[in-house]
Design a protein. Structure first.
Length: 289
Protein backbone atom coordinates (compact mmCIF):
# COMPACT_ATOMS: atom_id res chain seq x y z
CA UNK A 1 0.00 0.00 0.00
CA UNK A 2 1.26 3.46 -0.85
CA UNK A 3 -0.24 6.76 0.20
CA UNK A 4 1.31 8.72 -2.62
CA UNK A 5 2.16 7.98 -6.22
CA UNK A 6 1.51 4.69 -7.91
CA UNK A 7 2.61 1.21 -6.99
CA UNK A 8 1.47 -2.35 -7.02
CA UNK A 9 -1.46 -3.05 -4.72
CA UNK A 10 -0.80 -5.26 -1.71
CA UNK A 11 -1.59 -8.95 -2.16
CA UNK A 12 -2.52 -11.60 0.42
CA UNK A 13 0.28 -13.84 1.71
CA UNK A 14 -1.70 -16.25 3.86
CA UNK A 15 -3.29 -19.12 1.91
CA UNK A 16 -6.47 -17.99 0.17
CA UNK A 17 -8.76 -20.10 -2.01
CA UNK A 18 -7.62 -18.54 -5.31
CA UNK A 19 -5.53 -15.77 -6.83
CA UNK A 20 -8.42 -13.37 -7.13
CA UNK A 21 -6.90 -10.40 -5.33
CA UNK A 22 -8.88 -7.17 -4.69
CA UNK A 23 -12.26 -6.81 -6.36
CA UNK A 24 -13.05 -4.85 -9.55
CA UNK A 25 -15.81 -3.87 -11.98
CA UNK A 26 -16.91 -3.84 -15.60
CA UNK A 27 -16.99 -0.05 -15.35
CA UNK A 28 -13.49 -0.18 -16.78
CA UNK A 29 -15.17 -0.29 -20.19
CA UNK A 30 -16.39 3.27 -19.58
CA UNK A 31 -13.01 4.56 -18.41
CA UNK A 32 -10.37 2.23 -19.88
CA UNK A 33 -6.98 1.78 -18.24
CA UNK A 34 -5.21 -0.44 -20.78
CA UNK A 35 -1.93 -0.92 -18.91
CA UNK A 36 -3.66 -1.99 -15.70
CA UNK A 37 -6.12 -4.10 -17.66
CA UNK A 38 -3.25 -5.92 -19.36
CA UNK A 39 -1.55 -6.52 -16.00
CA UNK A 40 -4.74 -7.96 -14.51
CA UNK A 41 -5.24 -10.17 -17.56
CA UNK A 42 -1.69 -11.49 -17.12
CA UNK A 43 -2.29 -12.03 -13.39
CA UNK A 44 -5.35 -14.12 -14.18
CA UNK A 45 -3.68 -16.24 -16.84
CA UNK A 46 -0.37 -16.70 -15.00
CA UNK A 47 -2.20 -18.07 -11.96
CA UNK A 48 -4.63 -20.08 -14.09
CA UNK A 49 -7.33 -18.36 -12.04
CA UNK A 50 -11.03 -17.98 -12.89
CA UNK A 51 -10.72 -14.25 -12.47
CA UNK A 52 -8.59 -11.35 -11.32
CA UNK A 53 -9.22 -7.68 -10.75
CA UNK A 54 -7.98 -4.42 -9.29
CA UNK A 55 -9.67 -1.46 -7.63
CA UNK A 56 -7.63 1.75 -7.68
CA UNK A 57 -8.11 4.98 -5.76
CA UNK A 58 -6.71 7.95 -7.67
CA UNK A 59 -7.31 11.15 -5.75
CA UNK A 60 -11.01 11.17 -4.94
CA UNK A 61 -11.84 8.88 -7.86
CA UNK A 62 -12.24 5.11 -7.78
CA UNK A 63 -11.71 3.08 -10.91
CA UNK A 64 -11.30 -0.60 -11.56
CA UNK A 65 -10.64 -3.30 -14.11
CA UNK A 66 -11.80 -6.88 -14.24
CA UNK A 67 -10.78 -10.06 -16.02
CA UNK A 68 -12.61 -13.37 -16.03
CA UNK A 69 -15.32 -14.14 -13.54
CA UNK A 70 -15.91 -14.04 -9.79
CA UNK A 71 -17.78 -17.37 -9.94
CA UNK A 72 -16.97 -20.49 -11.98
CA UNK A 73 -19.08 -21.15 -15.09
CA UNK A 74 -20.78 -17.77 -14.84
CA UNK A 75 -20.14 -14.47 -16.59
CA UNK A 76 -19.87 -12.32 -13.48
CA UNK A 77 -17.43 -9.39 -13.58
CA UNK A 78 -16.01 -8.07 -10.33
CA UNK A 79 -17.44 -4.90 -8.82
CA UNK A 80 -15.99 -2.54 -6.18
CA UNK A 81 -18.76 -3.52 -3.74
CA UNK A 82 -18.36 -7.27 -4.08
CA UNK A 83 -17.26 -8.85 -0.83
CA UNK A 84 -14.21 -11.11 -0.79
CA UNK A 85 -12.25 -13.00 1.84
CA UNK A 86 -9.15 -10.86 1.71
CA UNK A 87 -6.70 -13.00 3.66
CA UNK A 88 -3.63 -11.07 4.76
CA UNK A 89 -4.98 -7.69 3.69
CA UNK A 90 -6.54 -7.99 7.15
CA UNK A 91 -3.12 -7.05 8.51
CA UNK A 92 -3.66 -3.46 7.34
CA UNK A 93 -6.63 -3.17 9.70
CA UNK A 94 -4.74 -4.82 12.56
CA UNK A 95 -1.70 -2.59 12.17
CA UNK A 96 -3.93 0.50 12.06
CA UNK A 97 -5.57 -0.47 15.36
CA UNK A 98 -2.20 -1.07 17.01
CA UNK A 99 -1.08 2.38 15.87
CA UNK A 100 -4.28 3.90 17.30
CA UNK A 101 -3.57 2.23 20.64
CA UNK A 102 0.00 3.54 20.48
CA UNK A 103 -1.29 7.06 19.85
CA UNK A 104 -3.56 6.69 22.88
CA UNK A 105 -0.64 5.63 25.05
CA UNK A 106 -2.06 2.14 25.57
CA UNK A 107 0.68 0.38 23.58
CA UNK A 108 4.38 1.23 23.36
CA UNK A 109 5.77 0.02 20.05
CA UNK A 110 9.20 -0.43 21.58
CA UNK A 111 7.97 -2.30 24.63
CA UNK A 112 8.45 -6.06 24.74
CA UNK A 113 5.76 -8.58 23.88
CA UNK A 114 6.26 -9.89 27.41
CA UNK A 115 4.92 -6.56 28.72
CA UNK A 116 1.49 -7.23 27.24
CA UNK A 117 1.43 -11.03 26.96
CA UNK A 118 3.42 -12.37 29.92
CA UNK A 119 4.55 -15.95 29.47
CA UNK A 120 3.07 -16.35 25.98
CA UNK A 121 6.27 -16.04 23.95
CA UNK A 122 8.68 -18.13 26.03
CA UNK A 123 10.53 -21.39 25.49
CA UNK A 124 11.58 -23.20 22.32
CA UNK A 125 14.33 -20.57 21.83
CA UNK A 126 11.81 -17.71 22.11
CA UNK A 127 12.07 -14.86 24.59
CA UNK A 128 9.21 -12.36 24.62
CA UNK A 129 11.45 -9.92 26.49
CA UNK A 130 13.63 -9.58 23.36
CA UNK A 131 10.78 -9.09 20.89
CA UNK A 132 9.12 -5.69 20.64
CA UNK A 133 5.67 -4.83 19.36
CA UNK A 134 7.35 -3.02 16.47
CA UNK A 135 9.12 -6.24 15.46
CA UNK A 136 5.78 -8.01 15.30
CA UNK A 137 4.42 -5.27 13.06
CA UNK A 138 7.32 -5.32 10.59
CA UNK A 139 8.02 -9.08 10.61
CA UNK A 140 11.48 -8.86 12.16
CA UNK A 141 10.61 -10.89 15.26
CA UNK A 142 11.91 -14.18 13.86
CA UNK A 143 8.76 -16.00 15.04
CA UNK A 144 7.73 -18.92 12.83
CA UNK A 145 4.65 -18.53 10.64
CA UNK A 146 1.78 -20.50 12.18
CA UNK A 147 0.32 -21.70 8.87
CA UNK A 148 3.70 -22.69 7.52
CA UNK A 149 4.21 -24.76 10.65
CA UNK A 150 0.77 -26.37 10.51
CA UNK A 151 0.75 -27.15 6.78
CA UNK A 152 3.47 -29.72 7.21
CA UNK A 153 0.58 -32.02 8.11
CA UNK A 154 -1.89 -31.44 5.29
CA UNK A 155 -4.49 -33.88 6.62
CA UNK A 156 -4.58 -32.07 9.94
CA UNK A 157 -4.72 -28.63 8.31
CA UNK A 158 -7.17 -29.35 5.50
CA UNK A 159 -9.52 -31.77 7.25
CA UNK A 160 -9.22 -31.41 11.02
CA UNK A 161 -8.55 -27.71 11.49
CA UNK A 162 -11.14 -26.56 8.92
CA UNK A 163 -13.86 -28.30 10.89
CA UNK A 164 -13.34 -26.59 14.23
CA UNK A 165 -13.04 -23.04 15.53
CA UNK A 166 -9.85 -21.45 16.79
CA UNK A 167 -8.61 -18.72 19.13
CA UNK A 168 -5.80 -16.22 18.67
CA UNK A 169 -3.77 -17.91 21.40
CA UNK A 170 -4.14 -21.33 19.79
CA UNK A 171 -3.10 -20.09 16.36
CA UNK A 172 -0.11 -18.29 17.83
CA UNK A 173 0.90 -21.52 19.59
CA UNK A 174 1.21 -23.29 16.24
CA UNK A 175 3.95 -20.90 15.19
CA UNK A 176 5.64 -20.84 18.59
CA UNK A 177 5.86 -24.64 18.54
CA UNK A 178 8.26 -24.35 15.59
CA UNK A 179 11.77 -22.91 15.98
CA UNK A 180 12.43 -19.22 15.23
CA UNK A 181 13.76 -18.21 11.83
CA UNK A 182 16.41 -15.97 13.41
CA UNK A 183 17.13 -13.95 16.55
CA UNK A 184 14.83 -10.93 17.04
CA UNK A 185 15.83 -8.05 14.80
CA UNK A 186 18.40 -10.09 12.87
CA UNK A 187 16.41 -10.67 9.70
CA UNK A 188 13.02 -10.43 8.01
CA UNK A 189 10.50 -13.21 7.42
CA UNK A 190 6.78 -12.90 6.84
CA UNK A 191 4.88 -14.54 9.69
CA UNK A 192 1.18 -14.60 10.41
CA UNK A 193 2.02 -15.52 14.00
CA UNK A 194 3.17 -11.92 14.50
CA UNK A 195 -0.34 -10.74 13.73
CA UNK A 196 -2.01 -13.34 15.92
CA UNK A 197 0.06 -11.93 18.79
CA UNK A 198 -0.86 -8.38 17.76
CA UNK A 199 -4.51 -9.40 17.87
CA UNK A 200 -3.97 -10.64 21.40
CA UNK A 201 -2.25 -7.35 22.32
CA UNK A 202 -5.19 -5.40 20.87
CA UNK A 203 -7.57 -7.38 23.05
CA UNK A 204 -5.38 -6.96 26.15
CA UNK A 205 -4.61 -3.25 25.71
CA UNK A 206 -7.95 -2.26 24.18
CA UNK A 207 -10.12 -4.33 26.48
CA UNK A 208 -12.45 -5.71 23.77
CA UNK A 209 -12.41 -8.72 21.40
CA UNK A 210 -10.58 -8.21 18.12
CA UNK A 211 -13.75 -8.20 16.00
CA UNK A 212 -15.29 -5.51 18.18
CA UNK A 213 -12.10 -3.44 17.94
CA UNK A 214 -12.35 -3.56 14.13
CA UNK A 215 -16.00 -2.48 14.26
CA UNK A 216 -15.57 0.24 16.87
CA UNK A 217 -12.32 1.71 15.61
CA UNK A 218 -12.52 1.33 11.83
CA UNK A 219 -15.77 -0.01 10.39
CA UNK A 220 -18.23 2.26 12.23
CA UNK A 221 -16.23 5.53 12.19
CA UNK A 222 -15.48 5.19 8.46
CA UNK A 223 -18.92 3.88 7.52
CA UNK A 224 -17.55 0.75 5.88
CA UNK A 225 -20.53 -1.19 4.56
CA UNK A 226 -18.83 -4.32 3.25
CA UNK A 227 -16.30 -5.10 6.00
CA UNK A 228 -16.73 -7.57 8.85
CA UNK A 229 -15.08 -10.41 10.75
CA UNK A 230 -17.08 -13.59 10.10
CA UNK A 231 -18.51 -15.52 13.01
CA UNK A 232 -16.31 -18.51 13.99
CA UNK A 233 -17.87 -21.67 12.63
CA UNK A 234 -19.69 -19.85 9.81
CA UNK A 235 -17.50 -19.87 6.68
CA UNK A 236 -20.29 -18.85 4.28
CA UNK A 237 -20.05 -15.73 2.13
CA UNK A 238 -23.22 -13.83 1.12
CA UNK A 239 -24.56 -14.91 -2.30
CA UNK A 240 -23.30 -13.01 -5.32
CA UNK A 241 -19.85 -12.18 -4.00
CA UNK A 242 -16.36 -13.34 -4.95
CA UNK A 243 -15.88 -17.09 -4.80
CA UNK A 244 -12.61 -18.84 -3.99
CA UNK A 245 -11.59 -21.99 -5.79
CA UNK A 246 -9.02 -24.75 -5.47
CA UNK A 247 -7.34 -25.81 -8.72
CA UNK A 248 -7.20 -29.61 -8.92
CA UNK A 249 -5.80 -29.63 -12.43
CA UNK A 250 -8.76 -30.81 -14.48
CA UNK A 251 -11.45 -29.19 -12.33
CA UNK A 252 -11.99 -26.29 -9.96
CA UNK A 253 -13.51 -26.91 -6.55
CA UNK A 254 -15.36 -24.01 -4.92
CA UNK A 255 -14.09 -23.95 -1.33
CA UNK A 256 -15.39 -20.49 -0.38
CA UNK A 257 -17.69 -21.90 2.28
CA UNK A 258 -15.29 -24.60 3.46
CA UNK A 259 -12.50 -22.47 4.89
CA UNK A 260 -13.00 -21.91 8.62
CA UNK A 261 -12.84 -18.11 9.15
CA UNK A 262 -11.33 -18.32 12.63
CA UNK A 263 -8.16 -19.77 11.15
CA UNK A 264 -7.22 -16.22 10.11
CA UNK A 265 -8.71 -13.71 12.60
CA UNK A 266 -6.35 -10.72 13.03
CA UNK A 267 -3.89 -11.97 10.43
CA UNK A 268 -6.23 -12.99 7.63
CA UNK A 269 -9.85 -13.33 8.70
CA UNK A 270 -11.69 -10.27 7.38
CA UNK A 271 -14.20 -9.97 4.57
CA UNK A 272 -14.22 -6.62 2.77
CA UNK A 273 -14.60 -5.06 -0.68
CA UNK A 274 -12.35 -3.11 -3.01
CA UNK A 275 -14.35 0.06 -2.38
CA UNK A 276 -14.13 -0.24 1.40
CA UNK A 277 -10.43 -0.92 1.46
CA UNK A 278 -8.96 0.83 -1.58
CA UNK A 279 -10.96 4.02 -1.29
CA UNK A 280 -12.31 4.49 2.22
CA UNK A 281 -9.76 2.76 4.46
CA UNK A 282 -6.61 3.71 2.57
CA UNK A 283 -7.81 7.30 2.14
CA UNK A 284 -8.43 7.54 5.89
CA UNK A 285 -5.01 6.08 6.67
CA UNK A 286 -3.25 8.50 4.33
CA UNK A 287 -5.23 11.45 5.70
CA UNK A 288 -4.28 10.49 9.25
CA UNK A 289 -7.85 9.71 10.26
Amino acid sequence: MRCRGHGRPSSPRSPTPSALGPTATAAAAEAPHPVTQAAVDILKSSHNAPGAAAVVREGDALWSVTSGTRAINQNLPFGPQHKVKVGSLTKTFTAAIVMQLAAEGKVDLDASVETYLPGVVQGNSYDGNAITVRRLLNHTSGIHDYLEAKQGNLWDYVVVQQNRTHTLAELASWGLAAPPYFAPGQGWHYSGTNYMLLGMIIEKAGGVPYGQAVRDRIVTPLGLTDTYLPTPGDPTLPPGHVRGNLDLGLIWIDITDRVEPSIGISGGGLVTSGADRSKTLVTALCDGR
